[in-house]
Design a protein around this ligand. Sequence first.
Ligand code: ADP
Ligand code: ASP
Ligand code: MG
Length: 422
Amino acid sequence: MALIVHKYGGTSMGSTDRIRNVAKRVAKWARAGHQMVVVPSAMSGETNRLLGLAKELAPSGSSAALNRELDMIASTGEQVSVGLLAIALQAEGVEAVSYTGWQVPLNTDSSYTKARIESIEDSRVRADLAAGKVVVIAGFQGVDDEMNITTLGRGGSDTSAVAIAAAMKADECLIYTDVDGVYTTDPRIVPDARRLHTISFEEMLEMASLGSKILQIRSVEFAGKYRVPLRVLSSFTPWDIDINEEAKSGTLISFEEDEKMEQAVVSGIAFNRDEAKVTLLGVPDKPGIAFQILGPVAEANIDIDVIIQNVSQEGKTDFSFTVHRNDFARTMELLENVVGPATQAAKVQGDPKICKVSIVGIGMRSHVGVASKMFRALSEEGINIQMISTSEIKTSVVIDEKYMELAVRALHKAFDLDKNPA
Ligand code: ADP
Ligand code: ASP
Ligand code: MG
């Protein structure tokens, strides 16, 4: 008997028929003798619908007070899902009970809309499991010290599931979704993308942090920190397939450094259209300038991604960086009102129509010429590179958003990702 956490995404929970299917699959695992904790997302489209209602009443602006209410609203999507799934399980003859985040409780900080999990109190859940029940816990949500409901950022149910698996020392966390694993890139953009049987934890972490939406980055961080055995697999296989076959399907996130992986130099391509570029032209080139520009942005809790500063001419330089598109307006405001005057920057320019495309692979550590191959493939398509950033196992470029799909396809081909590795 093992303790297993299953997570089902929005599409997998998208209708009562699909929820019934999820219940049948979970019932199969429970009947095989496993203790089951199930973490569903809201039904597909529901979180957007709920946040859309809020937007009708508050079309612009962002404040902690508004964000608190957004979490109050958005969390109801998952609350409906857990109730429905528990009912569907009971209808299958399985004892099941549902909990919201605050009922568990799953404690977070108070950063509404992007809260971080601090601790999980598992005694209630353990008591239910010991009594033979399947426990269904709402993904994406928690509660802060003041009993305010919080949410964990879009795609946050992945993180709920992995964090619960980590806290409860589960034997495995299975992330069921609408694709049958992690692919070399999003199969919606490149139809001949290939499923990976395993992906190293480091590569998965990069892919997620660079925008691949298959797993929320924080879920991968949790998996790494607590060594949670993690697998991504399809919820669309017939629910009654052999459980051993199912347990080996999909993509395993591997922690084994020396395990023979599908060792291509580049394992995958990630892209992110959620970024925007901000440039300050004619900034005085003197010590402390980067801090003067970025300090207030960081203080406003805005994440900064790619940064470049050019070689200065006559004591002036240009400084560009990217932020999440949701933070673009606020960043421009900050720069114009605070940073601009303080740094005597000549001009602030913004471009929200950019995207970031990245190649990822642990093989890049031991190979040279990978980045130049990337730049050649992009130049052959006439795509101009605006910014470049690299780390040991990735190279990212910022380009015009309109070339994103073209760039991803060209790179997928240039690195032979459609072919099985030798
Ligand atoms: P869920 O609702 O189950 O959480 P998501 O929509 O969040 O599902 O994530 C699954 C989607 O991620 C897939 O439908 C696919 O389009 C997209 N995706 C992006 N990058 C990849 C990748 N490298 N491999 C597989 N799917 C990917
Ligand atoms: N329902 C939330 C979202 O749409 C969380 C999730 O699906 O993981 O972002
Ligand atoms: Mg998701």
